[in-house]
Ligand binder design. Structure first.
Ligand SMILES: Cc1ncc(COP(=O)(O)O)c(C=O)c1O
Length: 401
């Protein structure tokens, strides 16, 4: 244990996660979070209890409402979103599609979707597909891959032609923490909507979507929300867009679960009131259970304390990189106020180094070009783990050079 662990008020929370008592160094919490121990019990109990004995009755006894119930918990704990604006379901990719289509339909006559060249691939690919389907053009922002989109850059490209701006709040490669309220204001001043991808911030960086006057947002739950592989995503739509009687919000995958009365089995689709209309098919109940456990823990700790630990971990990683890895460059913002929960370190041999590290049970991630990405999940990562990881990087690089 390091002095930093001894002084860490959140240190004991690490024991609540599976596998933290072993030697594995896990530095990839922003690809897949470790499971909570309580989730193991919960899943076992669910199979024997709610699923095994209540069977089909479970839908009426709570499962139908779960996407909105968990959405509201997420909104309250992590998103700064009042109830009734968030639901859980589908994957991030599918929700990006639904949200983009819904958004551009709210800005008829406008011809462009703005997206940056270093946004996560699925965001760019979906934007490209939606632009083609809807007869729109993509307007690209070129960004520094060690940073991200600024308000100055966005101001230069938006205008009366812009229907929608698609941005990540924390950049998947550099960890650039975008100015949420500032960028939203720039888009709104041009009359455009903004769709935020929160996958790398939710559960790590406090969010205030209602205070930002945000329009739409999506994010995944298998990173800092520890929902497990393939856990469902979430979508937020501001109440003012859901409730506008003159311009009803319409999403393109009009399935029965987003209809006003699924069991009416009527001849035509009528959207459910409110955020439920963003649903399409049967809710992924099992996938939401682990998310609820992590939301309960984040609520107990509080997002400000989680962020303070996250900043402490990323500062520690950068200080160690400066000390131990002289041939390496920090490809993330050095200003903690502009950095999310991960740190990327560039070196020409990082691809080979990552493979060698995995073999030694030290698990970071790799992103081109030459980036070792350290995803430091605040509640399950110790300062000592970061230090053991960076010392292993040093040894591996020494062996490769
Ligand atoms: C920013 C961002 N958006 C979206 C996704 C993935 O979306 P999906 O869950 O649909 O695979 C990821 C995955 O890592 C991501 O980092």
């Amino acid at each position: 244990m390091t002095d930093l662990d001894a002084q860490d008020p959140l240190a004991t929370y690490r024991d609540r996660f599976v596998g933290t008592d072993g030697p594995l160094v896990y530095l990839d919490g922003n690809s897949l979070g470790r499971p909570l121990r309580v989730t193991g019990d919960r899943l076992r109990d669910f199979v024997g209890g709610e699923w095994g004995s209540r069977l089909i009755r479970g839908w009426d006894e709570g499962w139908f409402a779960l996407p909105e119930v968990v959405g509201d918990e997420l909104g309250r704990t992590c998103l700064g979103a009042a109830a009734g604006q968030t639901v859980v379901g589908d994957s991030t990719t599918v929700l990006l599609y639904k949200a983009m289509r819904a958004a551009v339909a709210l800005r008829p006559g406008r011809t462009e979707i703005v997206v940056d060249r270093d946004n996560f691939p699925t965001d760019r690919y979906v934007a490209d597909g939606v632009a083609r389907e809807c007869g729109l053009r993509l307007r690209w922002i070129d960004v520094d891959t060690t940073a991200g989109v600024t308000t100055e850059q966005l101001t230069k490209v938006v205008g009366e032609q812009t229907a929608l701006v698609v941005l990540s709040h924390v950049a998947y490669r550099s960890a650039w923490l975008a100015d949420g309220p500032g960028l939203t204001r720039v888009a709104h001043d041009a009359g455009a909507l903004v769709l935020w991808d929160l996958s790398h911030s939710v559960g790590s960086v406090p969010l205030a979507l209602d205070a930002w006057d945000a329009d739409l947002a999506v994010g995944c739950t298998y990173k800092y929300l520890n929902g497990g592989p393939g856990a469902p995503a979430f979508v937020y739509v501001a109440r003012r867009l859901l409730d506008d009687p003159d311009r009803p919000l319409v999403q393109p995958v009009q399935g029965w679960m987003g209809a006003s009365d699924p069991f009416l089995m009527g001849p035509t689709y009528a959207p459910a009131p409110g955020i439920r209309r963003m649903l399409s098919g049967t809710p992924p109940v099992v996938g939401m259970l682990a998310v609820q456990d992590m939301l309960a823990l984040l609520g107990e700790v509080g997002m400000d304390a989680v962020r303070a630990k996250s900043v402490g971990l990323t500062e520690h990683a950068i200080a160690l990189a400066d000390e131990l890895l002289p041939g390496t460059t920090v490809a993330s913002p050095r200003d903690a106020g502009r950095r999310g929960g991960h740190v990327t370190l560039n070196h020409p041999l990082m691809r080979e180094a990552t493979a060698a590290l995995w073999q030694r049970d030290v698990v970071p991630d790799y992103r081109d070009p030459h980036g070792l990405r350290l995803g430091l999940s605040p509640l399950s990562t110790s300062y000592d783990e970061v230090e053991r990881g960076l010392r292993a990087v040093r040894e591996v690089l020494d062996g490769l050079t």
